[in-house]
Design a protein around this ligand. Structure first.
Ligand code: CP
Ligand code: NVA
Length: 316
């Protein structure tokens, strides 16, 4: 069976740990591990804008000895009626893995269903699991581990990052709290899945309304854009309901004294996070951005190492 990485819970706790261990190894020398030597080609499809994801995957595949093919969806036939399933079948004849940033999770699932090679979610409307691998690596580095730590996400709790924190956080044994305004709550199916995972990892899940209660004593404070890609014209007020959830010095004051602050970026300074916090001593956002590279390299190496994703010789 081909292993895909479409959602955070596609990796078991042990598998997530193994990928993060591998990422830490890759980080010690970014040119020393070449499991994609050949060079094995990897397609990187973008149907939404990107800076970090595009560049970290493109450089990462090259560093692994592979050949990255960046495909801007506007330059393909997707807009002219070619189905995602046909594209998946064709690409699978050329490349060893397909990484895609797209809109719906149904579209991603359709691609994966028709692909003969591993498919990686580089952000959908529902999830951003590659970002979470980088975030967990950063938490490990800064706090020495993830198990038992409390992560507080404040802001748009209905978006892809909130969902990924819920699933990946509990997979890593964290206590995940999400706090956002009424009408911007996480998908109940994701919350219930997170509870299920937390029951066997020792993690925890809380969905809250009050930002101070959400952040109270937290080890990791996280936020994200109030307007995600694709929601620019959704007709909803994406400023006023979120103002109490801004990550500023006052809100951060409610967290644990040694708390770290994460943001997947791009940040909208002055909206969901202030300059003072972004550039302050608690911020780990640029380490977090760097860790996209190491985490995704480890993920690709792990996925392509054997047909079922079991690890063998993944460090090349
Ligand atoms: N964090 C993140 O995915 O950034 P990009 O949209 O720039 O890829
Ligand atoms: N929630 C954001 C994340 C960007 C990396 C979005 O989907 O636009």
């Amino acid at each position: 069976m081909i292993r895909h990485f479409l959602r955070d819970d596609d990796l078991s706790p042990a598998e997530q740990g193994a990928v993060l261990d591998l990422a830490a190894t890759f980080k010690t020398d970014r040119y020393a591990h070449r499991p994609l030597a050949g060079p094995r080609p990897v397609a990187l499809i973008f149907e939404k804008p990107s800076l970090r994801t595009r560049v970290s995957f493109e450089t990462g595949v090259a560093q692994l000895g592979g050949h990255p093919l960046v495909i801007d969806a506007r330059s393909t036939h997707f807009g002219r009626g070619e189905t995602i399933e046909d594209a998946a079948a064709v690409l699978s004849r050329y490349v060893d893995a397909i990484v895609i940033r797209t809109f719906s999770d149904e579209r991603l699932a359709a691609l994966a269903g028709a692909a003969g090679v591993p498919v990686v979610n580089a952000l959908t409307d529902g999830f951003h699991p590659c970002q979470l691998l980088a975030d967990l690596l950063t938490i490990r580095e800064r706090l020495g581990g993830t198990a038992g730590r409390t992560l507080a996400y404040v802001g748009d709790a209905a978006n892809n990052m909130a969902h990924s924190y819920l699933l990946a956080g509990v997979t890593a044994g964290m206590r995940v709290r999400v706090g956002g305004p009424a009408g911007y709550d996480p998908d109940p199916a994701v919350v219930s899945r997170a509870h299920e995972i937390a029951a066997w990892t020792g993690g925890g899940v809380e969905t809250l309304r009050d930002p101070y209660e959400t952040v109270d004593g937290a080890d990791v404070v996280v936020t994200d854009a109030w307007t995600s890609m694709g929601h620019e014209e959704d007709g909803r007020d994406r400023i006023r309901p979120f103002l109490p959830y801004q990550v500023n010095s006052k809100l951060l004051g409610a967290a644990a004294p040694g708390a770290i602050v994460l943001h997947c970026l791009p940040a909208h300074r002055g909206e969901e996070i202030t300059d003072e916090v972004m550039d302050g001593s608690h911020s780990a956002v640029f380490d977090q951005a760097e860790n996209r590279l190491h985490a995704q390299k480890a993920l690709l190496a792990w996925l392509v190492s054997t047909p079922d994703g079991a690890q063998s010789d993944v460090d090349g």
